[in-house]
Ligand binder design. Structure first.
Ligand code: GLN
Length: 277
């Protein structure tokens, strides 16, 4: 679905739901108890790691979605405002765990007990759905290949063992390289800034990363780099939730619809991307 189609669709659903009030009652925080409840339990509450709080885990090096404020050390960004708005809808205080590597986020949610949700520009895909549940999509995305301005690189020239192509480990960009630049030498790293700096200094020939992040980072911090190809992967970001906590996914889906309906998503998009998307 295109973004516009999806929004129309979601807004339609929102209208049908009317002014449904969220039953955001945080249940107990004990995973064991949660598991002990049978699947057909009539208890419609969700569990929380810390009662009264929506505990979020993220990789905080992905501006403008999530990054750390240099001065305060607080997380900032589109996803952070979105996470706070979700918390507010559920009557919960949104709180972040310390920064974690991207490829640990889904395992953290799957294992349970540390965070209620991972919100980090995480693309919904079938492989990940085997480990965690996802909410409905909240933002569309694509991939981009980034290289040094004037490098003359193309996706064809990069598909060669003499070319090193960097990515953030465990991302959909990482997978895209496996599938489409299989002859290139892939270099997975933990941090986006290390990837960008490596391309800037010539250590790597190119970087495959989500397009909105590439555009933001290049404009603000890496003017000597350019997007040499936009890749229309049609990805959509979702909130990752434990499979043991389906009622939380349900409550978050209601909250997302409300945020789309009441203009909050448009406002957050305008704040971080300059326009409602
Ligand atoms: N959207 C990409 C993915 O899901 C990248 C996310 C990220 O690096 N934070 O893999």
């Amino acid at each position: 679905m295109t973004n516009i189609d999806r929004r129309t669709f979601v807004k339609g659903l929102g209208a049908l739901a009317g002014a449904a009030v969220l039953a955001g009652c945080g249940g107990n925080s004990n995973k064991g108890d949660d598991k002990a409840q049978s699947a057909d339990s009539k208890d419609d509450s969700y569990t929380l790691v810390t009662p009264g709080k929506l505990t979020v885990v993220a990789e905080l090096g992905f501006a403008p979605l999530e990054y750390m404020d240099d001065k305060t050390g607080e997380p900032l960004g589109f996803d952070v405002d979105f996470a706070k708005a979700l918390g507010k809808k559920l009557g919960l205080e949104t709180t972040y765990l310390p920064n974690q590597k991207y490829d640990t986020l889904i395992p953290t949610i799957q294992q349970g007990g540390k965070a209620d949700v991972a919100i980090a520009g995480i693309t919904i895909n079938d492989e990940r759905k085997e480990s965690v549940d996802f909410t409905d999509p909240y933002l569309d995305s694509n991939q981009a290949i980034v290289a040094k301005k004037g490098s003359g690189e193309t996706d064809q020239s990069l598909n060669d063992p003499s070319k090193s192509v960097v990515c953030q480990s465990g991302t959909t960009g990482d997978e895209w390289i496996d599938e489409h630049l299989s002859k290139a030498t892939k270099k997975p790293l933990d941090e986006v800034t290390a990837c960008l700096t490596g391309v800037q200094t010539g250590t790597f020939n190119a970087f495959v990363i989500d397009l909105p992040i590439a555009q933001y980072m290049l404009k603000n911090s890496f003017p000597d780099l350019e997007v040499i190809k936009e890749i229309p992967t049609g990805e959509q970001y979702g909130v990752a939730v434990s499979k043991d906590n389906p009622k939380l996914t349900e409550a978050l889906n209601k909250a997302i619809k409300e945020l789309q309906d009441d203009g909050t998503m448009d406002k957050i998009e305008t704040d971080w991307f300059g326009a409602a998307l």
